[in-house]
Ligand binder design. Structure first.
Ligand code: URA
Length: 259
């Protein structure tokens, strides 16, 4: 059981004070009856709460797939740049929403946003080995020697050893590659390619764990994910399978996202 004012303020933009005012005005109904007591206990799973006739849907957590465009920072607040939170439509905005994992300001693609801290930890912790996949456009053509260097674990920034990572060229164009890694050091993919003498021109995250970015999602658009999408994300798939599907959708990725 949960206090009514807490339940409402956690699921709307309203502060506890605003909720009190709405209650006083008779704008809140529980199971069809007007309620004025902010301390009334409700069962989020069983009771229907309406505010101004709008039903508050009980969802323990919110999960969002965003196709991040260039120019947005992956944080909840930034004094200078627009953040990815600004791209989330009002109906999906809940308190405590944050991007679980960062892409650089100029990187693009799949950003997962949630208000579920425990799930974010499962996705981000290198110990959980959930692979993130990046389609990168390189300045110089791909060299096969990258595969061994990446799988041995590159040393970057002087003394930091990366976990083993997978990399493969995209058969359609030698300037594109797919990278799979399960950690997220600062600028990691860019620094790894610098370490082998190349440079990343464009970086697009195509997949997190077993869940690819929705090919119909335009840059800047969000999609609410369901529990089974999250399950799919948490399931591991083989690098070769991801490569196969990225190669199949390669041109669509390039055209939709101007990569
Ligand atoms: N690696 C990078 O270099 N940048 C990103 O945004 C993500 C991974």
């Amino acid at each position: 059981m949960e206090r009514l004012d807490k339940f409402i303020s956690e699921r709307t933009e309203l502060s506890r004070k605003d909720v009190k005012t709405a209650l006083k005005k008779g704008e809140v109904r529980v199971n069809g009856k007007a309620v004025k007591d902010p301390a009334q206990k409700i069962s989020p799973e069983n009771d229907t709460v309406e505010i101004n006739g709008k039903k508050l849907i009980y969802k323990p957590h919110t999960y969002i797939m965003l196709n991040k465009p260039d120019g947005y920072v992956c944080s909840t607040r930034d004094g200078l740049s627009e953040t990815v939170l600004g791209l989330v439509p009002d109906e999906l905005r809940v308190k405590g929403l944050f991007p679980a994992g960062r892409l650089d300001k100029d990187s693009r693609g799949f950003v997962f946003l949630t208000d579920d801290g425990a799930l974010a930890h499962r996705i981000l912790s290198p110990k959980k080995h959930l692979t993130k996949y990046y389609l990168v456009k390189l300045w110089e053509e791909y060299k096969t020697e990258y595969e061994k260097a990446f799988s041995d674990g590159l040393v970057i920034d002087g003394d930091e050893k990366c976990l083993p990572a997978k990399v493969s060229p995209i058969t359609h164009d030698k300037k594109y590659a797919l990278v799979g890694l399960c950690e997220g050091k600062f600028h990691q993919v860019k620094i790894m390619f610098q370490a082998v003498g190349n440079r990343v021109e464009v970086l697009f995250r195509v997949q997190i764990g077993g869940l690819p970015i929705d090919g119909n999602l335009a840059p800047g658009e969000c999609l609410e994910l369901l529990n089974n999408d999250v399950e799919k994300m948490l399931s591991e798939v083989g690098f070769k399978d991801v490569l196969k599907s990225v190669e199949k959708d390669f041109w669509a990725y390039l055209i939709n996202n101007k990569l």
